[in-house]
Design a protein around this ligand. Structure first.
Ligand code: F0G
Length: 459
């Protein structure tokens, strides 16, 4: 199996992890209502639930935290963050927010009116829910290749430009307060969007005077994919590619818990002054004063340093190499994953590992539970538990096209032996796959139900 570049860092502090017994795991699953979000973290050996806020900060980030300025207004930490944000992204205005969904909430509160539509390649679940919470309708217009797990398209996160144009004409640009694009496309396999496509999306929105916002949670990984895969960009730095991307847009929401490698933090950036005024007022109501946005000064400093570290190319090469290593190892053990491997995570095609479990019985959830049972490894269902919703017009259940189990890799946290252990655990599951049963809800809230739903196995 192709190894990946050695970690461009060494370990200076360790956090012990342990594997509890199979009996203890079974008990923990039952107590958690078979929802891995309800497990105790200490009962997990390798935690691939998310790459969000779970990365290891560097010694420079920890050092920067000690110089955090905790002034309520105008803290030095804010201005250090402002320098990083302006240098990397180049927006005129920005506010910090405590995480990505807080930025989405503020943006939706200011711009979305009931009955309006917000297109994207694919909205992440929190973006989707924040738009719905304001009475808006999130619309996903990613290219069809995104729904074919075996398709090797290098930019499977791309927006389908023809679908987008058709949608805008049918809906009327006046009913679209802004358009979005998620880079990389988390809900569709962590797949990147090409610069050519970002430009075409920008041109399309702007042709109809629709402001264009990017969900930039994993923009640095996306930029590195552009450098690797898009003809003409090999000689550009990731920083240069980033500037090109953000010169094409009017604003961005960002969860800094991903590519800025912090445990908490987010950003909302834009160029429109009047929208910025409204954002500041909404922020004061919900998050905090515009120079701290719901964070401590030290958090702003960790973010300012992390934004630069997330762009380092030796780190990005190692990072994407580690993800590809896990995907290849699983494929070699007969476990199909979305191809090509994404940036931050490997997405196991649960529907083909468990073809006997119908969508209504949650094959992604069944595989997630089985992975914990096998190796005390925690992944995350991205399938019908997360996305199957009744159509607001017809009431009919709409199932997602893919039933996935996501293995998200925290940044700078796990080693190659951890990846090998995950691969071996899947190989054991594969051997008894036909015996695995589906699940049904015993409790499910209306929005974002995967976080708190409870299940029981189907007899
Ligand atoms: N946008 C994308 C593309 C995301 O992946 C996430 C979070 C958010 C927005 C929201 O950011 O968590 O800081 O509020 N994704 C995490 C995940 C939760 O596990 O993929 P947040």
């Amino acid at each position: 199996m192709a190894a990946y570049p050695p970690e461009p860092f060494r370990i200076k502090m360790v956090e012990p992890i342990r594997q509890i017994s199979p009996e203890a795991r079974e008990k923990a699953l039952k107590n958690a209502g078979y929802n891995v979000f309800s497990l105790k973290a200490e009962d997990i050996f390798i935690d691939l639930l998310t790459d969000s806020g779970t990365g290891a900060m560097s010694h420079q980030q920890w050092a920067a935290m000690l110089s955090g300025d905790e002034s309520y207004a105008g803290a030095r930490s804010f201005y250090r963050l402002q320098t990083a944000v302006q240098e990397i992204f180049g927006f005129k205005y920005f506010v910090p927010a405590h995480q990505g969904r807080a930025a989405e909430n503020i943006l939706s509160a200011v711009l979305v009116k009931p009955g309006q539509f917000i297109p994207s390649n694919m909205h992440f679940d929190t973006t989707d829910a924040n738009i719905r919470a304001r009475g808006g309708r999130p619309i996903n217009l990613v290219i069809d290749e995104a729904f074919d797990p075996a398709n090797q398209h290098p930019f499977k996160g791309n927006m389908d430009i023809a679908k987008l144009k058709k949608f805008i004409l049918k809906t009327g640009p006046e009913n679209i307060p802004f358009g979005m694009l998620t880079i990389t496309n988390n809900a569709g396999g962590g797949q990147p969007v090409s610069l050519e496509n970002i430009k075409a999306v920008s041109d399309t929105y702007h042709e109809y005077n629709i402001p264009f916002y990017i969900d930039a949670a994993r923009y640095a990984e996306n930029a590195y994919f552009i450098k690797m895969r898009e003809p003409g960009f090999q000689n550009f730095s990731v920083k240069e590619i980033t500037r090109k991307i953000f010169s094409l847009v009017d604003g961005m929401t960002m969860s800094a818990k991903k590519d800025a490698i912090v445990n908490i933090g987010g950003l909302l950036c834009l160029n429109d002054e009047s929208v910025f005024q409204n954002i500041k007022n909404e922020l004061i109501l919900r998050e905090g004063f515009p120079t701290y946005g719901g964070l401590a000064g030290r958090d702003l400093d960790a973010m300012a340093v992390g934004l630069y570290e997330g762009l380092e190319e030796d780190y990005l090469e190692y990072r994407l190499g580690q993800t590809a290593y896990l995907a290849t190892g699983l494929n070699n053990s007969g476990i199909p994953t979305i191809q090509p491997p994404g940036g931050h995570a490997v997405y196991v095609d649960a529907a083909s590992v468990l073809p006997h479990i119908p969508q209504g019985e949650f094959p992604g959830q069944a595989l997630t539970v089985e992975l914990y049972r096998e190796g005390a490894i925690r992944g995350c269902e991205i399938g019908s538990v997360m996305f199957a919703l009744p159509d607001p017009d017809t009431g009919e259940m709409v199932y997602p096209k893919l039933e996935l189990l996501r293995l998200a890799i925290p940044r700078r946290t796990y080693t190659q032996s951890h990846m090998d252990f995950v691969i071996a655990s899947f190989a054991s599951i594969k051997e008894r796959a036909t015996l695995i049963r589906g699940y049904k809800f015993t409790y499910a809230p209306q929005l974002l139900r995967h976080f708190t739903a409870q299940f029981e196995p189907i007899k």
